[in-house]
Design a binder for this molecule. Structure first.
Ligand code: ATP
Length: 137
């Protein structure tokens, strides 16, 4: 089975680097599955999970990303993310607190306010992190 090199990079440094059989992720235009030899592509990412199929195994690695860009070349996928965490590095308590805080703010704000949108995005990041830790993807 052919493999493709994947790097997930954030402003705080690299988060994940490996050879994988397939990368699945959520672009703003929808789900994308990338196999080795994929045509070059650049796409903005949504808040979501990156699923990475390990070579010669049914196992997958999961990385939560909070938007950014995906760059595909035939032998390499680079994900430049605003923030990214491997499933095992996610602090569940912190994500639960962030979720509660965001929900509270959304109750206090008017839907058209910029602070409502900000809280909505914080909620999406927290829910995404929780989903990654629970394998609910
Ligand atoms: P919080 O309100 O808890 O800071 P946030 O969604 O506002 O959450 P971000 O701005 O997306 O946080 O991320 C800031 C930094 O904290 C990033 O380096 C990110 O990887 C890390 N981070 C955020 N939440 C968690 C978490 N639950 N577990 C581990 N790292 C996290």
């Amino acid at each position: 089975m052919k493999t493709i090199k994947v790097s997930v990079v954030t402003p705080n440094g690299p988060v994940y680097e490996s050879e994988v059989e397939m990368v699945s992720t959520k672009a703003q235009s929808g789900e994308l599955g990338i196999l080795p030899g994929h045509i070059p592509l650049v796409a903005p990412l949504a808040i979501g999970v990156v699923r990475l199929k390990k070579p010669g195994s049914k196992e997958q690695d999961f990385v939560a990303v909070s938007g950014g860009f995906l760059e595909v070349r035939p032998d390499q996928v680079t994900i430049l993310a605003q923030s990214a965490e491997k499933a095992e590095d996610i602090d569940v308590e912190r994500a639960l607190r962030a979720k509660e805080r965001a929900e509270q703010r959304m109750k206090e704000q008017k839907v058209e306010d910029i602070d409502f949108r900000r809280a909505e995005l914080a909620l999406q990041r927290a829910v995404n992190r929780l989903a990654v830790t629970q394998g609910k993807m």
